[in-house]
Design a binder for this molecule. Structure first.
Ligand SMILES: Nc1nc2c(c(=O)[nH]1)N[C@H]1C(S)=C(S)[C@@H](COP(=O)(O)O)O[C@H]1N2
Ligand SMILES: [Mo]
Length: 159
């Protein structure tokens, strides 16, 4: 079967799939949470600067400073410490998405930490700009991991 979460050529969608910016977080034990931007704003905030959105369609935009919650901090808030996991799927309402490994999240490398952004250059992100938007600073190859309109985060462990 074709893996929609693996890198692939893609025409960026400019239109939000819905008005609601909340997403569902599913833990490896099946427990689900509804997470809103206001719930995210209550968690520790981190900014990542010098982020670029590299697009096949309309070139490169940026640099941007994105602010929000590190994905690893979100998991710390919603998962019990002894709950094992090894990967996270981040999926949008328009069927776009990417898969992150626990290694990437725990050791994101020099390009910057992996973030769920609600703020862009100090201003609240609009729904059209991608609220809530996944930022993977190391990815500068067609923006295939810069997931706008996150609607599901599925935390998984090897079966
Ligand atoms: N949900 C969602 N996120 C997405 C896409 C998409 O189609 N849907 N396209 C990706 C691609 S291919 C690009 S180039 C960028 C475009 O981001 P921009 O609209 O902020 O310029 O969004 C990325 N994130
Ligand atoms: Mo793209």
């Amino acid at each position: 079967m074709h893996d929609l979460l693996a890198p692939h050529r893609h025409d960026p969608n400019p239109d939000p799939p819905s008005a609601d910016p909340a997403f569902t977080l599913t833990r490896p034990d099946g427990i689900e949470y509804d997470v809103t931007p206001s719930a995210l704003s209550a968690l520790p905030q981190t900014s990542v600067s010098d982020c670029y959105i590299v697009s096949t369609g309309h070139g490169i935009s940026g640099p941007f400073t994105f602010t929000g919650v590190l994905l690893i901090d979100l998991l710390a808030a919603y998962l019990d410490e002894d709950l094992a996991w090894d990967r996270v799927e981040v999926i949008s309402g328009d069927g776009f998405g990417t898969r992150l490994t626990s290694d990437e999240l725990r050791q994101p490398g020099r390009a910057g930490k992996i973030l769920l952004a609600c703020v862009i250059d100090g201003e609240p992100m609009t729904r059209t700009q991608g609220l809530v938007r996944l930022i993977v600073p190391s990815e500068t190859d067609d923006a295939l991991r810069q997931v706008k309109w996150v609607s599901q985060i599925r935390v998984k462990r090897e079966a």
